[in-house]
Design a protein around this ligand. Structure first.
Ligand code: MN
Length: 189
């Protein structure tokens, strides 16, 4: 389990303590436990989760490793509302070069997250040729699978927002910008 840099209520009112208790404490814990059980005695038992996501065939090990990695990136990219600084340095340069502005990046991420059909993730990642790209992934998908470096993600499985926002996925997605820690995102470059 990744360690959180905030208490369970530290992301309120954007993400409630109750959602952290269920999403982090129960959903993620289940993926971690399942991955440990499924890999026991296999060639994947001692491998890094990134390696498993990149290499495992479609199936239970891949699905659980994907969800462990995705949620680790997700829960560690947040900070208390209003505490995150705007993108700086190389990250800011790449955003301006590839999207024109931070607002345009946000708009395209929101579009990806809101229009994704069913369960999955919207991703900002860095392609092998150094370009920022936004993609949609179903279920446990991670851009690593295509050779991209994952930087920022939005979880649109209903468990991510149903306690706090019910069916209003768009409201949840648009609120998340208030708790993104762009220094964490820049560190992933
Ligand atoms: Mn989730």
């Amino acid at each position: 389990m990744p360690k959180l840099g905030y208490p369970a209520n530290g992301l309120e009112p954007i993400i409630s303590a109750e959602t952290i208790e269920y999403h982090y404490g129960k959903h993620l814990q289940t993926y971690v436990t399942n991955l440990a059980n499924l890999t026991k005695g296999t060639e994947y038992e001692q491998r890094e989760v990134e390696d498993i996501v990149a290499a495992a065939p479609d199936g239970g090990i891949y699905n659980n490793a994907g969800q462990v990695l995705n949620h680790t990136l997700y829960f560690t990219q947040f900070t208390a509302a209003g505490q995150g600084k705007a993108p700086e340095g190389r990250l800011a340069e790449l955003i301006n070069r590839d999207f024109g502005s931070l607002d345009e990046l946000k708009r395209q991420m929101e579009d990806a997250a809101i229009s994704l059909f069913g369960s999955g993730w919207a991703w900002l990642s860095l392609s092998p040729d150094g370009k920022l790209v936004i993609t949609k992934e179903s279920n446990a998908g991670n851009p690593l699978r295509q050779g991209n470096k994952p930087l920022l993600c939005i979880d649109v499985w209903e468990h991510a927002y149903y306690i706090d926002y019910r069916n209003r996925r768009a409201d949840h997605v648009k609120s998340l910008w208030q708790i993104i820690d762009w220094q964490v995102v820049a560190g992933r470059l």
